[in-house]
Design a protein around this ligand. Sequence first.
Ligand code: TMP
Length: 205
Amino acid sequence: MRGLFITFEGIDGCGKSTQINFLTERFAKMKKPVVKTEEPGGTAGSNEIRKILLRENNFQWSVETEALLFMAARNDHVEKVIKPSINDNKIVICDRFMDSTLVYQGMRSSRAKQLSLDLFQLIAINPDITFLIDMEPEIALRRALRRSTKEDRFENYGISFQHELRKNFLDIAHKHSDRIRIIDGNQTPEDVAAQINESIEPLAI
Ligand code: TMP
């Protein structure tokens, strides 16, 4: 017996958080042990890495260094939270995972992509299912910029960057169609949730 590892992906402002909250509540109501977590983050150490990655713009790291930091945060998170929870039969719902690194860093540097893939072999855990909330970048970006947060690192890259992100997420989803479900995020939150629940049913019950 082993738990379940579910990840959510998509461009900034696509509505992941709302859907993660819906799904977490749904499992909790069903009395299933559920762990809601996020990347970069999920542990004290990874949260520190998150802070320097997303709140400081002064270091001018290369994309490769940036990828290594995301991978370091991921390793700590997997070691301390994700693997132990799954081994303890829990359902882990994680806001972003490796696909985000392949898109956000990988699309800007093939070397960063290769470095990340090499390190991911050591981390050695793949989600059972990933939901890519696909959405019009114009709407998503407007929503992301309305949020009052200091974590604006990638939202500030502009609309063409968001279009590029979306394209890269879709490419990965088509390549891994056995794992990644593309969900149309332009529907109402309730309709999006219904589509997610339908895909989860065979795995979680
Ligand atoms: P969030 O806003 O969904 O919490 O994600 C934080 C930001 O970090 C978001 O703009 C995407 C970015 N990110 C990467 O660039 N690489 C990664 O590996 C991850 C997990 C997030």
